[in-house]
Design a protein around this ligand. Structure first.
Ligand code: EPU
Length: 334
């Protein structure tokens, strides 16, 4: 086992920040993860687990060990009605979506082009265009970073919500995701409840492959490619607030889009709130707000994580002041 020292993480974070890890190890199997965790315990080093690095904002160099989970096995178990797919945590998410959809294994088409790896998908319960990972997820294989024990957590145990799961709470924060099990369907019946997707479709009902293509087109028209402009996708969650508060806001902003959430709560597009506050396309030095989607903060080249954190803070304060709504950040700030 070779643990590298002083490794640049520029290729391991989608903002492209050139910070370094004191120690770095990329593990291709459970056995390698167990071995490196023993090393870490023996040397008493802090641990940071990294997948595709598309949801972490690095504001400083990392002290201790960065464990890159790169288990990339993919297996399929098919019967007449169901297709069970198991993806290792290191499998690239978009490649997984593409491969399944074009092999007649349907269900993930709406989640095309989401950056990152399969292992990160359950952490924030990735979702887009009317579907969330939890709609197809059966279970998650995990390893406890302190005890070294492995377990399989059912969908229910993962306690999924909008951009939320057990893994985001203290009770789940010590689990390392090893892989995910999903149930896909041989039946080509895509979900097109998301209005913007429905409006964009030429054929109704469309095929899953057509939905996949359309989702790619929609995302490419609005969201910057992290390989070209560093970013972490949506930087803020869409806020969920009491419907009463929405009624009051609508008096001042009659065109405010509102999505139903629960009986007493509504979800608002954070992008709209930020856009209406004048931030879209804003630039402070080398960081800024994307010109096509106000929810995405970008690194134009020479920016750093501290500048992104400051910009995020300014946006949050302004949104609170204007609408009395607190925006919650989506990525983890390190
Ligand atoms: N809008 C604006 N200004 C903008 C962008 C959007 O006013 O700059 C308005 C639109 O007019 C629309 C509303 O905001 O009424 C919603 O916009 P959009 O359909 O683009 O979706 P979103 O709510 O901004 C969410 C997810 C995205 C996901 C899309 C599509 C969150 C935090 N974000 O964005 O997820 O792709 O829906 O389902 O829930 C990600 O997590 O990285 C991500 C991109």
């Amino acid at each position: 086992m070779h643990i590298s020292e002083n490794v640049s993480l520029r290729e391991h974070n989608s903002f492209g920040f050139d910070i370094s890890a004191e120690y770095f190890f990329s593990a291709k199997s459970l056995a390698e993860i167990q071995e490196v965790l023993q090393w870490r315990q023996k040397h008493n080093k802090p641990l940071l687990v990294l997948g595709g690095g598309s949801n972490t904002v690095f504001t400083r160099n990392v002290t201790g060990l960065v464990l890159h989970v790169a288990i990339d096995e993919l297996t399929t178990d098919e019967n007449e009605n169901d297709i069970n797919v198991h993806a290792g945590a290191g499998v690239n998410w978009h490649q997984l979506v593409k491969q399944t959809v074009f092999s007649g294994q349907y269900g993930l088409e709406n989640l095309a082009l989401i950056p990152g790896n399969a292992g990160a998908a359950p952490i924030q319960n990735i979702g887009a265009y009317g579907k969330e990972l939890c709609d197809n997820l059966i279970s998650v294989d995990v390893l406890h970073r302190e005890t070294g024990e492995t377990a399989t957590l059912s969908n229910k145990e993962c306690d999924f919500g909008y951009r939320h799961s057990l893994f985001k709470t203290p009770a789940g924060a010590d689990f390392i995701v090893l892989g995910i099990h999903m149930r896909l369907s041989p039946q080509d019946k895509p979900v097109i409840t998301y209005q913007a997707l429905q409006n964009a479709m030429q054929n109704t009902p469309p095929t899953a492959c057509e939905v996949f293509d359309q989702v790619c087109r929609l995302r490419q028209s609005k969201l910057p490619d992290p390989k070209v402009i560093g970013n972490a996708g949506s930087f803020f969650k869409n806020p969920v607030i009491p419907c009463q508060q929405v009624d009051a806001l609508r008096k001042e902003y009659p065109d405010l889009p509102v999505y139903p959430h629960s009986e007493a709560e509504c979800k608002l597009p954070a992008a709209w709130l930020i856009d209406r506050a004048g931030w879209k396309g804003h630039r402070s030095g080398d960081v800024g707000v994307h010109s096509q989607q106000a929810l995405v903060l970008v690194n134009h080249g020479g920016g750093n994580g501290q500048q992104i954190a400051i910009l995020a803070d300014e946006i949050q304060k302004d949104v609170t002041q204007r609408y009395q709504i607190h925006l919650e950040r989506e990525p983890t700030i390190y």
